[in-house]
Write a protein that binds this ligand. Structure first.
Ligand code: ATP
Length: 476
């Protein structure tokens, strides 16, 4: 389970429990049905966990304007190991149609990203090859398959030839935007969205050459409503496979769509992660695949100075935080809390002290979260208080200090080392030095801190006034 999902689930459970206890106050005679409540929580957690993956993915897309750097090697497993392995260092080498090359350059792409170097020649080969590709979010997968689709379309044929599945309506719109941008100099090329709410007349046929949509609607359009003739599809893309299979029903619908396509249709599947379930699904929908993988860039703690501060209550932790701010100048800090209740309390207290504070938490709409992150990036706020929703995948270069107001724990109350790494990995990026301060307020949390130290085999020192000069240099 993704740890950020866990934090969301914590928040949702907290909210659910609260609203339920309010109900009990009003209707004292009604005894809670504890089993029913547990089922309700399970449903709640499941709903938010699956929703959360799609929301996180959308958030990443909204706040990202650049490629994510990755110096790891690309691993390529070819279907036919005897055929030469091609990779390209420039877009010209791909012999794209001039309108497309123009579109690529207009987007500001000078050269292919690491994953694109290998994926593009494979996807554009003659005959086109099937591909399963995995690389971390932001490494250029979307741009790669969009280019592949645009290259294979015959604009003169006024029927769907490329079909792309996305896990949600919002993600489909984002990919659609990339298609529109890249195909800007190709006016005869049209795109249709097969998403809920997009109602067409019965008996109508779609003339757009590219269709992007969610599995349920695409399935209806291909089978029941017959808006699309699946036998004419040349390229089938399954995007965000890891997010897709987290939603119930999407897996079956995708497989049913895939079964309707012609045998020689090119099948492409993309995913940011490759757990077993994704891999099994990928093999079901992509026959005879080539496989490309790019390992995630490892986060390390080498450039981060870690300290802890001993307190005895939440108020004392807050006081310690104020003392820290009083003692040193901190350029920009991210503060992590376990629940959104604590996060909003802390944000309010810090504001009262005169800090410019931004609050980011799970109940916000993705667009709102993206706007908060953008403002923080621009330096409009100097402190960002958040829960785990924000622990992953967000690059805010100027963050010099990360504060764990609450240490990260999993659902059983054990140290959550992965989340610790992701949280404090927000600082000390790109070779710069960073500072992490952990607030410890009980024997239990001291024990958690000790276990985190052991796990990473890195000493976390107690913060002492003698250290202030040293940490000021990092924090400012
Ligand atoms: N060759 C390139 N040169 C410069 N920028 C690029 C290149 N390819 C993609 N980008 C840009 O990098 C960002 C990330 O690319 P893209 O969205 O394709 O990644 P992704 O791997 O599909 O991410 P996600 O998994 O989140 O969908 C986008 O802003 C995109 O415009």
């Amino acid at each position: 389970m993704a740890t950020d999902s866990w934090a969301l689930a914590v928040d949702e459970q907290e909210a659910a429990a609260e609203s339920l206890s309010n109900l009990h106050l009003k209707e004292e005679k009604i005894k809670p049905d504890t089993n029913g409540f547990k089922d309700f929580l399970k449903f709640f957690a499941f709903f938010f966990l699956t929703e959360d993956r799609a929301a996180q993915s959308l958030l990443n897309k909204l706040i990202r304007s650049n490629l994510v750097d990755n110096t790891n090697q690309v691993e390529v497993l070819q279907r036919d190991p005897n055929s030469p392995l091609y990779s390209v260092k420039s877009f010209e080498e791909l012999r794209l149609k001039p309108q497309l090359l123009q579109g690529v350059y207009a987007m500001g792409f000078n050269r292919p990203s690491k994953i694109q170097e290998n994926a593009l020649p494979l996807m554009l080969a003659e005959p086109p090859q099937n591909l399963i590709a995995q690389s971390q979010s932001g490494t250029g997968k979307t741009a790669a398959f969009v280019l592949a689709m645009l290259s294979q379309v015959e604009p003169a044929n006024k029927y769907p030839q490329c079909l792309c599945l996305s896990p949600t309506y919002e993600l489909a719109l984002q990919t659609g935007k990339v298609i529109e941008q890249m195909g800007k100099f190709y006016p005869e090329l049209k795109l249709a969205y097969a998403v809920r709410g997009n109602k067409l007349e019965r008996g109508q046929k779609i003339s757009e050459q590219i269709v992007i949509g969610t599995p349920g609607t695409v399935l209806d359009w291909c089978s029941k409503l017959k808006f699309i003739d699946p036998k004419k599809i040349k390229v089938f893309v399954l995007d965000e496979a890891d997010v897709m299979i987290a939603t119930q029903g999407h897996q079956d619908q995708s497989i049913r769509i895939q079964r309707m396509l012609p045998r020689n249709c090119q099948m492409l599947l993309f995913s940011a992660t490759f757990e077993d379930s994704v891999w099994k699904f990928a093999q079901k929908v992509v026959p005879d695949p080539n496989v490309i993988k790019l390992k995630r860039e490892e986060e390390t703690l080498d450039t981060i100075k870690q300290y802890y501060v001993l307190c005895s209550s939440r108020d004392e932790k807050f006081q310690a935080l104020c003392n820290l701010y009083g003692a040193i100048t901190i350029a920009q800090a991210m503060i992590f809390c376990h629940t959104r209740k604590t996060a909003s309390w802390l944000a309010a207290e810090l504001s009262k002290e005169g800090h410019q504070v931004a609050l980011l938490s799970g109940e916000m709409m993705v667009e709102q979260r993206a706007a908060v992150i953008e403002r923080f990036r621009e330096g409009k706020e100097k402190v960002l208080v958040t829960t785990n929703v924000c622990a992953r995948g967000i690059d805010v270069e100027q963050v010099s200090v990360v504060i764990n107001f609450d240490l990260p724990v999993d659902k059983d109350g054990n140290p959550d080392n992965e989340t610790y790494l992701h949280r404090i990995g927000r600082t000390g990026r790109f070779g710069k030095r960073g500072l992490a301060v952990n607030m410890v307020d009980s024997k239990h949390s001291m024990n958690i801190l000790n276990r985190i130290q052991e796990h990473f085999n890195k000493k976390i020192e107690r913060l002492d006034t003698d250290d202030l000069d040293e940490i000021e240099k990092i924090a400012n």
